[in-house]
Design a protein around this ligand. Structure first.
Ligand SMILES: Cc1cc2nc3c(=O)[nH]c(=O)nc-3n(C[C@H](O)[C@H](O)[C@H](O)COP(=O)(O)OP(=O)(O)OC[C@H]3O[C@@H](n4cnc5c(N)ncnc54)[C@H](O)[C@@H]3O)c2cc1C
Length: 461
């Protein structure tokens, strides 16, 4: 057995075996026979959410297919399909997804499971496009759930891999559209904070890149929906920032060849909504990431709180990105019940130093009920997840119902969702269980417990 690790290389998976079934029937048999099993997506998460000491299952050898239903405005994809492949096929057939994350390299299933998002005041995260999911359940049976039919559908989408293995997902689509991407540099913070909603609402998708130092935001990326023949030059200035005259990478000093077309050249959504191109390394490639999502009402205060940490961030940070997302009703979504902003941190690959700093960062964001991104590094100091996710107890009940033996559980889920303490929460949920939370879980830190233990590479989470 070769060593298997995540994309960032900061986590060695602890699996006993890695299975790559070539047909769904074989996958069903693997799951039915396993006592502990987790699905592996494209491995782009930075923490142990996909890890297991039992069986890891990759769907990459299952037949891959993309079925477009133009009349019904949906597309159905098999479990390992990546957004880059899907976007290209949809565009070829004249259709589009509403949004993409910064990179097209991730699997649809893995992204949906963690509430992965792009940006846009009116855009929900990627999981909000899900209309139906086919699972291989704990018993090895196939079960399909559909929006509007299953009462608990809102709990089944952002599922952290806890309900089963997703073998097909059906997503909403729309007619293809063109996008142009204009980049501005050095926007004064005073202007950005003074007109925050206007700036983030100035285009279909807006990203602000900052190192938090100084008086200006490094870059603003504005992705406009437009017509394919839009030849209008971009305004020379935007909110005090200057139009970039050459393509830029968000990480200072990196080549823009990895990035999607900028300079206002219109083209297909599939080549513009993500920041990075499928054939190239996304982001810096040697990095760790964290992200915290706060409600819109706290945008300015949360940004101020992070800016006050700028001197401490400087030695650890490559770049930060601020994005916006619309509210949704998916129980474990970072945007459940509230629109808000994501405060994202691309760290240098300094695991121990980042790990040492995160509690301070999380404490500074705790007053804003910051929800950590499920797929990135966090310690739980942001606050007890029970308080941050009002439907967490309902999700525990759902997971217990779907997976009574806990075969899809892993260390990550025990810490964050089930808080597996003897006689406390495992297998119990609801208001009475909530009253029995131990002191450390009520005051934060649940994800930190055990979070750095296990047979990981030295220094890795
Ligand atoms: C360079 C880079 C850029 C990123 N940019 C963004 C961004 O713009 N926005 C954002 O929100 N996030 C971003 N992320 C984070 C990333 O989107 C999430 O970590 C996402 O979950 C990764 O998907 P994956 O396919 O790699 O899943 P994995 O990391 O492999 O798995 C994630 C979870 O999904 C589960 N899972 C995977 N496949 C299945 C399946 N078939 N059935 C059931 N469960 C499954 C796994 O068990 C695990 O719990 C970025 C990450 C990187 C490395």
């Amino acid at each position: 057995m070769t060593t298997e690790h995540n994309w960032a290389g900061n986590l060695v998976y602890r699996q006993e075996r890695l299975e790559r079934p070539t047909e769904v029937h074989a996958l069903q048999e693997i799951v039915a026979a396993a006592s502990s099993v987790r699905a592996l997506g494209s491995r782009h998460s930075f923490n142990d959410i996909a890890d297991t000491t039992g069986t890891l299952v990759s769907l990459e050898k299952l037949p891959s297919d993309i079925r477009v239903d133009g009349a019904g405005r949906t597309v159905s994809v098999s479990g390992a399909v990546r957004y880059g492949e899907l976007a290209a096929e949809l565009q070829r057939q004249g259709f589009a997804l509403a949004n993409l994350a910064s990179l097209p390299h991730i699997s649809v299933a893995g992204a949906v499971a963690t509430a992965t998002h792009g940006s846009g005041n009116r855009n929900g995260n990627l999981a909000t496009a899900v209309a139906a999911i086919e699972f291989v359940t704990a018993s090895g049976d196939l079960r399909t759930v559909r929006r509007g039919e299953d009462a608990d559908f809102g709990g089944m989408v952002v599922n952290l891999g806890a309900l089963g293995i997703m073998t097909r997902l059906t997503l909403d689509i729309e007619r293809s559209f063109a996008v142009r991407q204009d980049v501005y540099t050095d926007l004064p913070w005073a202007r950005v904070l003074g007109n925050f909603e206007e700036i983030t609402g100035a285009a279909y998708s807006v990203s602000l890149f900052t190192d938090w130092a100084g008086d200006t935001v490094n870059q603003a990326w504005l992705k406009f929906r437009t017509s394919a023949d839009d030849g209008a030059p971009a305004a020379e200035a935007f909110s005090g920032g200057t139009r970039a005259e050459e393509p830029l990478h968000p990480v200072p000093g990196m080549s823009s060849v990895n990035c999607t077309q900028q300079l206002g050249v219109p083209g297909p959504w599939s080549d513009r909504l993500a920041h990075f191109r499928l054939a190239f390394t996304p982001s810096s490639g040697a990095e760790l990431q964290s992200e915290y999502l706060v409600g819109s009402e706290h945008s300015r205060a949360a940004i101020d709180a992070v800016r006050s940490l700028a001197p401490k961030l400087a030695p650890l940070l490559q770049i930060s990105e601020i994005r916006t997302m619309a509210a949704d009703r998916l129980w474990l979504s970072s945007n459940y019940g509230r629109s808000g902003i994501g405060l994202h941190f691309t760290w240098k690959p300094l695991q121990r130093d980042v790990e040492a700093f995160l509690p301070e960062l999380e404490s500074s964001l705790a007053p804003f009920a910051a929800r950590p991104h499920w797929g990135k590094l966090f310690t739980g100091q942001a606050g007890p997840l029970e308080r941050l996710y009002p439907r967490l107890a309902d999700f525990r009940a759902l997971a217990d119902d779907w997976d009574p033996q806990g075969k899809f559980r892993n260390g990550f889920l025990e810490r964050t969702v089930f808080a597996h303490l003897p006689g406390v929460l495992s297998g119990s949920h609801g208001p009475s269980a909530r009253r029995r939370w131990p002191r450390w879980a009520r005051s934060g830190g649940c994800a930190a417990r055990g979070g750095t233990r296990g047979r990981r590479r030295p220094g890795a989470w």
